[in-house]
Write a protein that binds this ligand. Structure first.
Ligand code: MG
Ligand code: ZN
Length: 226
């Protein structure tokens, strides 16, 4: 007879917590749809940029802003726990930036974006970038109301970043593989990362970049249809 370990029992209230979480995700989704309606009504194309800390989200947004600000009226929402460092970097390029500090939360949600939307004149812009908090896990569960989602990984994060985070790539329109100039040093094959994205989400466009130098940024713009 098999030796049984002690039974794992749900504590009182645990199931309730799961219900609470489901409610939370549903509430977020409803708010995201409202954000989306508001943005569409005002003709604002919105792009949620997600990726780990240090993958190059801010640098990519800076380069996109530099390349697009002549043809577009741009605003940027910048999610971070407590700082405004990145928001200031982006603000140097003469676009409106709303910093969103989440405190301890490791992702933006539709409610925070809703609050940030109240701070800008939507009629005055046609393009909005949202830099999510650095994290490849829970932002996948929290749509914000954006039309497109970009996920950026850097080759410095190693060869398995894509396969380890399938959910975020499932919802991506564009996957960016950044710091391609360091691929050889890191022993990472860009073609393998591309293949990993293709396996998870054949619809996603994949672009390799060196955001710092600007290489590949035009391809990202094309992939976004901007
Ligand atoms: Mg950043
Ligand atoms: Zn989170």
């Amino acid at each position: 007879m098999a030796h049984l370990k002690e039974v794992v029992k749900a504590e009182e209230g645990e199931t309730y917590d799961i219900e609470l979480e489901a409610d939370l995700l549903k509430a977020n989704e409803e708010l995201a749809m409202k954000n989306r309606e508001l943005l569409e009504k005002n003709g604002v194309m919105t792009i949620d940029v997600m990726g780990s800390i240090g993958s190059g989200k801010t640098t990519l947004i800076e380069k996109l802003v530099q390349a697009l600000r002549k043809e577009h009226r741009i605003a940027v929402f910048k999610g971070d726990l407590t700082t405004t460092i990145d928001a200031e970097l982006i603000g140097r390029h003469g676009v409106e930036v709303v910093p969103i500090n989440t405190g301890k939360e490791c992702h933006l949600d539709a409610n925070l974006v809703r609050k940030a939307l109240k701070k800008i004149n939507l009629e005055g812009i046609d393009l909005l970038f949202i830099e999510n908090v650095g994290n490849l896990i829970c932002p996948a569960d929290f749509p914000l109301g954006s039309e497109k989602r970009v996920v950026i990984v850097s080759v410095t994060e190693g060869p398995y970043m894509v396969v380890k985070h399938p959910f975020i790539f499932m919802g991506a329109d564009v996957a960016v593989i950044n710091k391609k100039d360091l691929a050889q040093t890191m022993g990472v094959e860009i073609k393998n990362l591309r293949a990993d994205v293709r396996n998870i989400n054949p619809e996603a466009k994949v672009v390799a970049t060196n955001s710092r130098s600007g290489e590949g940024v035009q391809e990202v713009i094309d992939a976004l249809g901007l």
